[in-house]
Design a protein around this ligand. Structure first.
Ligand SMILES: Cc1cc2nc3c(=O)[nH]c(=O)nc-3n(C[C@H](O)[C@H](O)[C@H](O)COP(=O)(O)OP(=O)(O)OC[C@H]3O[C@@H](n4cnc5c(N)ncnc54)[C@H](O)[C@@H]3O)c2cc1C
Length: 395
């Protein structure tokens, strides 16, 4: 279930080795510095991971949703912040383009992002709008030359800047309002903004995050930003479909990050329970410690099975997986936060300091309950989907 083919197993082993050799040694330092390790990130391109789900003809690896889960799980056992940067690039930009772009756009942009020459991001959220995404206020208006003129601000954009000098992402997948539809709702379109576009800049790199500090988060500014007509993705007003399709793989990948955090936390508390002696015996012998380990094991196994089962059923080029993509993220993210918390509790004072890793995982885990949809939005979606399709409970 977790490695359904030899190819999946090879990817897992390759990423696991890469994590051990290169990711783990830098993870604590980059968290402390609140810095994105761009050089290390580019090495993922050499391994063929940056275009994991993109077609091979455009420089990708042509793999499936299960492979995406494997890579995010493995990276997050060591450095969830680095894994979040990977997610923003490979799932929110690359996969989005691979699924929704035209062949001309794929040929133009995919080779650069698959190799790691260009770093991509996805800009949906705004300073005043997150969950209520249809209420976004960034606008795009077509001028007489046929170009689009973009105005607005995007907030919380992972990879929005790639360094501490305010260098913006090389390429942005962005949603903007282009009118109002016949039901009076905002009509939203998708555009690709390239580095060097007039009026595109970084407003700020957002500092002092609780966790995920090894990924850069930025506010992006679009001030009369000119976008060529050829950089509109799909038809005018078709962004909702792009968003919904991409949110499903985003939630799957975020849930996979919860698996990585849980696995590492469980390993840490399981090992420590033998090493630590108190009152003349290993703390593993205390019932309260057994409860921490036992509950964590069961939750870890349950989330892992639910997530890989959902991945197995998920097709990347169509939507229709919302119920379980919400379900896995709702369950796994809170479970991961609780498992990291239990690991810290089992490890006492040592768990509370950076050297023992779980304090960082505990901080990183919290973001998973907010980014890519809050817990409340998952509860709302699940309830809505079950009203529409009550038989899902029987299947
Ligand atoms: C580190 C980080 C990285 C991020 N990366 C990206 C990125 O790369 N690209 C991007 O576009 N965005 C990104 N985000 C934004 C993220 O997706 C949003 O923070 C998230 O969608 C929530 O939006 P919000 O913060 O505006 O909160 P709000 O939507 O304002 O929500 C505030 C509270 O109200 C609740 N709420 C809102 N509506 C409802 C409702 N209908 N019913 C019940 N409760 C409700 C929410 O659940 C929450 O508890 C990132 C955020 C962070 C912190």
């Amino acid at each position: 279930m977790f490695n359904p083919s030899d190819e999946h197993l090879m990817v897992r082993e390759m990423v696991r080795n890469f994590v051990e050799e290169y990711v783990e040694p830098q993870a604590l330092e980059y968290d402390r510095l609140e810095r994105f390790n761009l050089d290390l990130f580019k090495q993922l391109g050499e391994l063929g991971l940056l275009g994991l789900t993109a077609p091979e003809e455009f420089g990708g690896a042509g793999m499936d949703a299960t492979a995406a889960v494997i890579v995010h799980e493995e990276l997050s056992t060591s450095d969830p912040g680095f894994s979040l940067a990977y997610l923003a690039h490979s799932m929110l930009f690359v996969n989005n383009l691979a699924v929704n772009g035209s062949d001309e756009q794929k040929a133009r942009f995919l080779p650069g992002v698959c190799s790691g020459q260009d770093i991509g991001c996805m800009a949906m959220s705004e300073p005043d709008v997150g969950t209520d995404v249809l209420g976004l206020s960034t606008t795009a208006v077509q001028n007489e030359d046929g170009d689009w003129v973009l105005n607005g601000r995007k907030m919380w954009i992972t990879n929005g800047c790639i360094d501490d000098e305010g260098t913006p992402a090389d390429i942005v997948w962005i949603y903007a309002k282009t009118g109002v539809d016949d039901r009076g709702r905002n009509s939203i379109s998708t555009f690709i903004v390239e580095k060097g576009a007039t009026g595109y800049s970084v407003g700020q790199k957002i500092m002092d995050k609780t966790g995920m500090r090894a990924s850069n988060t930025a506010e992006l500014v679009f001030d009369d930003c000119i976008i060529p007509a050829a950089n509109m993705v799909g038809e005018e007003g078709s962004a909702l479909m792009h968003m919904m399709r991409n949110l499903e793989i985003e939630r799957l990948a975020l849930a996979a990050m919860a698996v990585g955090i849980s696995r590492r936390s469980l390993q840490a508390m399981n090992r420590y329970a033998d090493e630590r002696q108190a009152f003349g015996k290993a703390i593993r012998d205390f019932g309260q410690i057994q409860r921490h380990i036992g509950e964590s094991w069961a939750e870890y196994r349950a989330m892992r099975a639910y997530i890989y089962d959902t991945a197995r059923k998920m097709t990347l080029d169509s939507g229709g997986h919302r119920l379980d993509s919400d379900g896995i993220k709702l369950f796994a993210t809170t479970a991961a936060k609780n498992i990291a918390d239990r690991a810290m509790q089992v490890m006492g004072g040592y768990g509370y300091v950076g050297e023992y890793v779980v304090e960082r995982l505990w901080r990183d885990a919290k973001l998973l309950e907010i980014g890519g949809g809050t817990l409340e939005s998952h509860q709302k979606n699940i309830t809505k989907d079950l009203a529409r399709d009550p038989d899902a409970i029987l299947r």
